[in-house]
Design a protein. Structure first.
Lengths: 348, 279
């Protein structure tokens, strides 16, 4: 149980700055997800929290204690890696107990903690197997178990599910969520997958190029993205962006009014989520169907609007379109997002 | 049709390998066979088997009883095993240092450590001899051990660093989080991961040391410090050569290499191929 606080943390590799003046605090028991495209510095920041990378400047506090000059093992953290990083020559029990044995924890205490972790993760039947005899999901469970036995103040996850196949990823995502609900630990989780971020996080931190773009709960980011980058990153399928013009507080798409906005007269960008579009004969989005994908319960329709812009909509599975059909879509005004030329959100 | 072709090509490959094996084993077999024969039989019928009147163990007898051969043998064993231990230890440690840590001059140092592969150590014999004499190490096993360690290190570092680079960074980081010191990470995490490579380096380093005649002859030719290869020369006299004894001594000298190879062969093959075949 602990808080985590970053104060003015910066990191340079040579002359390249990869983390810019990072200030962030994680509350006790909170699960914070760092999300962003690859190379945005999120993994580097996690490694800095773990103590595997040095800080160029700034401070890191865990549980109110400054830790940035301490070695990883003294910070009260445990980390789960993308490649599992199990010791291949030790069996599951050996892997789970290794750090405790090294810490000269008493044998009975090691056994107790290892057994608890094994129970939580369902590893009891696998205790004498070597990592190479385990499946991907089992290996990742052992890696998580190895973190649990350390009884850390803060759990760090570095893209733990990226090496798993799609079905297993969904399963392990639920397991991690259950684990968090059970242990109520402070956790920092790094991923580039926005679905993982949305489903797991109490709070999401969106990174781009070493800076925080926006921090907030998953729904806050979904409903009121601060800028075009966050809007495009959060949500699946991704938000549509259309070039529009604003005139006297009205957003116009090819001379048709879409919604109201406080944006001054001129060019701007309209963001609409595919799931908010509906078939509406009087709607502003009219165009020719280029591709129609049917998934059973839902369907994706790809439109080419009259001015040549592309638009994707997620519709109810009842709808049927053929390529070449004309389709007209509408949207509730409050679901529209307007971004100015700099990409920042403009209030309605 | 496909299967017949496959079988044919497989047979062809085996034929070539078999021919190669015969060729490689021929001199060895000749040594071993003739070591059990009388002098007359060796020259009368070099390819004949040691049967009937030709069979004798006198070569082995004279090697084991009338000579210092057991001492030579133990000298060789000491020199080889100590050198090997030092080569493996320092080679793996140096390779770990240059492959794991980023520091100024890293690439220059790694180049410096492996450039010895290209320089034949024998070119420096005169300088080495002077140095060894100055150090008062002439006619000692220590002299040989030092020279062999220096001789074996470059190739050992080269092979080790190639493999150590492939050890997952996350495993080492994970060990750091578990609180292991850098030394323990090396000995408890990295070394067990590269065991096959250790076997490979061990065999490659051991054979030239065991077989070397040059440095024992120059640096420690004294009675007490002779190695097997040098010791065998005592059976080669100015006027007569005791061929039975020479061959017997050589046959015995093959044994340690053979034993070592049998122990390591499985790991050795894995070490040689694991770089090529991922997984």
């Amino acid at each position: 149980m602990a808080t985590l606080e970053l104060r003015g943390v910066e990191k340079f590799f040579g002359t390249t700055q990869v983390i810019h003046d990072m200030n962030l605090s994680v509350a006790d028991g909170e699960l914070v997800v760092f999300v962003g495209p690859s190379g945005c510095g999120k993994s580097t920041l996690l490694r800095m929290i773990a103590g595997l990378e040095t800080l160029s400047s700034g401070e890191i506090h865990i549980d109110g204690r400054r830790v940035d000059y301490q070695p990883p093992s003294r910070r009260g953290i445990a980390m789960v890696f993308q490649s599992y990083a199990l010791y291949p020559h030790k069996d599951v029990r050996g892997n789970l107990g290794f750090s405790l044995k090294h810490d000269k924890v008493e044998k009975s205490e090691i056994d107790r903690r290892v057994n608890i972790a094994a129970d939580i993760l369902g590893l009891q039947d696998l205790m004498s197997r070597k990592p190479r005899e385990l499946s991907g999901g089992q290996r990742q469970r052992v890696a998580i178990g190895r973190a649990i036995v350390r009884e850390p103040k803060v759990f760090l996850f570095d893209e733990p599910l990226s090496n798993l196949d799609a079905a297993l990823r969904v399963h392990m995502r639920v397991e991690i969520l259950k684990l968090h609900q059970r242990l109520q630990n402070t956790m920092v989780y790094v991923t580039h997958d926005q679905v993982e971020a949305m489903t797991l996080a109490d709070r999401i931190v969106v990174f781009r190029a070493g800076r925080v773009e926006q921090t907030g709960t998953p729904l806050e980011l979904y409903r009121t993205p601060a800028n075009r980058f966050v809007a495009g990153f959060i949500g699946s399928p991704a938000m549509n962006f259309l070039n529009i013009t604003c005139k006297h507080g009205t957003v116009l798409l090819a001379e048709r009014s879409v919604c109201q906005s406080t944006h001054p007269d001129g060019e701007a960008t309209l963001g609409v989520r595919p799931e908010h579009l509906q078939v509406d004969e009087s709607g502003p989005f009219s165009g020719e169907v280029s591709v129609f994908e049917h998934l059973g319960g839902e369907a994706f329709v790809h439109l080419t609007l009259s001015d040549g812009q592309e638009l994707v909509a997620r519709l109810d599975g009842e709808h049927r379109f053929k390529p070449g059909d004309t389709c007209t879509l509408g949207i509730a005004a409050e679901k529209c997002h307007v971004f100015n030329q700099a990409g920042l959100r403009v209030d309605r | 049709m496909r299967r017949v072709q496959d079988q044919l090509s497989s047979a062809g490959i085996h034929l070539v390998l078999l021919a190669w094996t015969l060729l490689a084993l021929f001199p060895l077999t000749l040594i071993v066979i003739n070591s059990f024969k009388t002098r007359k039989a060796i020259f009368g019928d070099p390819l004949g088997l040691p049967t009937g009147k030709a069979l004798t163990l006198s070569g082995y007898e004279s090697v084991m009883t009338n000579s210092d051969f057991p001492m030579f043998f133990s000298n060789s064993l000491i020199v080889t095993s100590v050198s090997l231990f030092l080569i493996l230890l320092f080679g793996a440690m140096a390779a770990h240092a240059v492959s794991e840590y980023e520091f100024r001059g890293n690439s220059i140092i790694s180049l410096y450590l492996i450039v010895g592969i290209m320089v034949p150590i024998r070119l420096g014999t005169v300088a080495l001899l002077n140095l060894i004499v100055d150090l008062g190490l002439a006619n000692t096993l220590t002299a040989l051990i030092l020279v062999y360690t220096a001789q074996g290190l470059p190739i050992a570092i080269f092979i080790f660093s190639e493999f150590l680079r492939s050890v997952s960074r996350e495993i080492k980081d994970s060990a750091r989080i578990d609180g292991l010191s850098e030394y323990r990470i090396f000995f408890e995490v990295v070394i067990p991961l590269v065991r096959p490579v250790i076997a490979t380096v061990a065999v490659f380093s051991m054979i030239p040391i065991w077989n070397d005649l040059w440095f024992p002859l120059i640096l420690s030719p004294g009675e007490e410090t002779r190695t097997v290869t040098l010791g065998v020369q005592q059976f080669i006299g100015q006027y007569s050569v005791k061929w039975g004894s020479v061959l017997a001594a050589l046959s015995v000298a093959i044994l340690p290499v053979l034993i070592m190879y049998v122990i390591f062969s499985r790991q050795l093959i894995r070490g040689i191929t694991s770089g090529a075949v991922k997984g």
